[in-house]
Design a protein around this ligand. Structure first.
Ligand SMILES: [Zn+2]
Length: 68
């Protein structure tokens, strides 16, 4: 079943974001509230989507907080 790992991959996308109060603890950049989407693909065919909200850094892209 090891081969399965090479065929399945996950992609994280930011669907939209807007500025939020707060700064990044890593780089000090501005934070924003984002609608995130995780797409799981099998052989390049998306078969699962998961949408969630998160506070992310607009500068380095770090996830500061996530809401599931
Ligand atoms: Zn940052």
């Amino acid at each position: 079943m090891v081969w399965l790992c090479f065929l399945v991959d996950q992609r994280r996308k930011v669907r939209r974001s807007k500025p939020a109060a707060g700064t990044c603890s890593r780089c000090g950049g501005g934070a924003s509230v984002a609608d995130m989407m995780t797409q799981t693909r099998f052989c390049c065919v998306p078969f699962h989507y998961k949408c969630w909200k998160a506070i992310i850094c607009t500068f380095c892209g770090a996830t500061l907080k996530s809401y599931t």
